[in-house]
Design a protein around this ligand. Structure first.
Ligand code: UD1
Ligand code: CA
Length: 453
């Protein structure tokens, strides 16, 4: 099977410099969704028909299984498919998809392919309440499809037909080639209609079959930002449904956004307004508080993430607690039962089991040992203006509040750093290290008073 994806439309109504098919839905371009469906079906080759200036699309999504055909000027959907024909083999069955119809599902397409068999023309059609704007499927007395008439060319009687053309179809390549050579543009829009191949197929005695989508949303196109937002919600609703079917507790399924892959263990609970990006794995019993953003993270079982946390490129062990307002950046690896409290930023650092950083700290390029307690306001000074350096903190160390660790520097096992220490040399194990001006009190000191004039 080979696939043609029509993507030459300008998408003027998006009012954007970004081509329509690159507009994101669930964090990836509309066209990428269609490509994923085509690939899931096992397409051997995919030809994308793009318009003038389609380089941005190509730059973003090019891959070895894609061929690109330019269509300019755009003379209609039949003319668009014609541009792809030189790239398709004559023996193939051709599936026509649309770059701006992103929710088309593989189960629906597999059924359409089955209906097509080796040599039939198969149309994906749907019965709608209001068919305005769509091509109508016309059938004879025996129920056989005879042709498709576009709204603008239809008689009042034909307009009453509620079975509409979604545009998605499957045809044998050799037949398609022949039909496309025979269609004209003598119609209300002066365009070469792909839909005209249906009448030719009927005349040629080729069997025409139809299939319906699992869900109407699969056939909806995107022309403006309102439709884009509507499809985003439909997509997210189906993701939410899938999560709940798998046993995930969503406090409000209307308030979750998955822009990538979210894999959940048993008894995971997700509060409102969370965003998941990239690949996220949540272990058994994980609880995610409201308003968290998680990108490319792996969270160990029974870990709790409190509200407003932002975790990126992070792996945690089991039974950790993070947040509220925790920020972890790529390269953060936490052991079991680690605690990361509010306003703590961690980057490219490891925390061994039971380590804690409760409040207001920056820990970058550090290895933190087991059971280490990092006091409030601790900062690793990892950057000297030119290079990054590491801080190593041994097991059971205690870092007093408001400490600066000027890297490269090491804190020995069991060492204690007094509050306010600026550590510039290694601290030996098991000792108290403190660096601050000795406290003194001046007995005879008098506070100055304002002079009277
Ligand atoms: C088309 C169908 C109509 C169907 C409707 C479903 C035709 C003649 N009509 O109508 O039966 O009910 O879709 O939405 O096919 N495109 C190109 N090059 C072109 C023209 C269009 O690539 O020269 C692409 C567009 O980017 C778009 C798709 O084809 O993705 C459909 O084009 P559009 O103009 O929206 O077709 P409709 O008139 O809506
Ligand atoms: Ca359309």
């Amino acid at each position: 099977m080979e696939v043609v994806i029509l993507a030459a439309g300008q998408g003027k109504r998006m009012r954007s410099v970004l081509p329509k098919v690159l507009q994101p839905l669930a964090g990836k371009p509309l066209l990428a969704h269609v490509l994923a469906s085509a690939r899931a079906l096992g397409a051997r080759r995919i030809c994308v028909v793009h318009g003038h200036g389609g380089e941005a699309v190509r730059l973003r999504l090019d891959a070895p299984d894609l061929v690109w055909a330019e269509q300019s000027p755009q003379l209609g959907t039949g003319h668009a498919v014609l541009q792809a024909m030189p790239h398709l083999s004559n023996e193939a069955r051709v599936l026509v998809l649309y770059g701006d119809v992103p929710l088309i599902g593989t189960a629906t397409l597999a059924r359409l392919m089955d209906a097509a068999g080796k040599d039939r023309l198969a149309l994906l059609t749907v019965e709608v309440g209001n068919p305005a704007g769509y091509g109508r499927i016309l059938r004879d007395g025996a129920g056989r499809v005879t042709r498709i008439v576009e709204e603008k060319d239809a008689t009042p009687d034909e307009r009453l037909v509620r079975e509409i053309n979604t545009g998605i179809l499957v045809a044998p390549a050799s037949r398609l080639r022949d039909w496309l050579a025979r269609i004209g543009n003598d119609n209300a829009q002066g365009e070469y209609y792909l839909t005209d191949i249906v009448g030719l197929a009927a005349q040629d005695g080729v069997e025409i079959v139809t299939a319906a989508p699992d869900d109407v949303s699969e056939t909806l196109g995107v022309n403006d930002k309102a439709q884009l937002a509507a499809l985003e919600r439909m997509f997210q609703a189906s993701v939410a449904r899938g999560l709940m079917d798998a046993g995930v507790t969503l406090i409000d399924p209307a308030r979750i956004d998955v822009r990538g892959e979210l894999h959940c263990g048993r008894d995971v609970e997700i509060d409102v307004n969370c965003v998941f990006e990239g690949r996220v794995e949540l272990g058994d019993g994980v609880v995610i508080g409201a308003n968290c953003v998680l990108r490319d993270v792996q969270i160990g079982g029974r870990t709790h993430i409190a509200p407003f946390s932002h975790l990126d490129g992070t792996v945690t062990g089991e039974a950790c607690s993070l947040g509220p307002f925790a920020r972890t950046r790529p390269g953060t690896v936490l052991g079991n039962e680690v605690h990361v409290g509010n306003f703590v930023e961690i980057k490219n650092s490891t925390f061994a089991d039971d380590a804690k950083a409760g409040h207001l700290s920056y820990i970058g390029d550090a290895s933190v040992g087991a059971r280490v307690n990092i006091g409030a306001g601790t900062i690793t000074c990892n950057y000297d203006g030119a290079n990054k350096h590491r801080t190593e903190i041994g097991d059971d160390a205690f870092i007093g509040s408001d400490t600066q660790l000027v890297a490269p520097v090491r804190v020995g096992r069991g060492a204690t750093l007094g509050a306010g220490t600026t550590l510039t040399r290694d601290a030996p194990p098991d000792q108290l290290t403190v660096s601050r001006a000795r406290q003194q009190s001046l007995a005879g000191w008098v506070r100055p008073v304002k002079k009277k004039k």
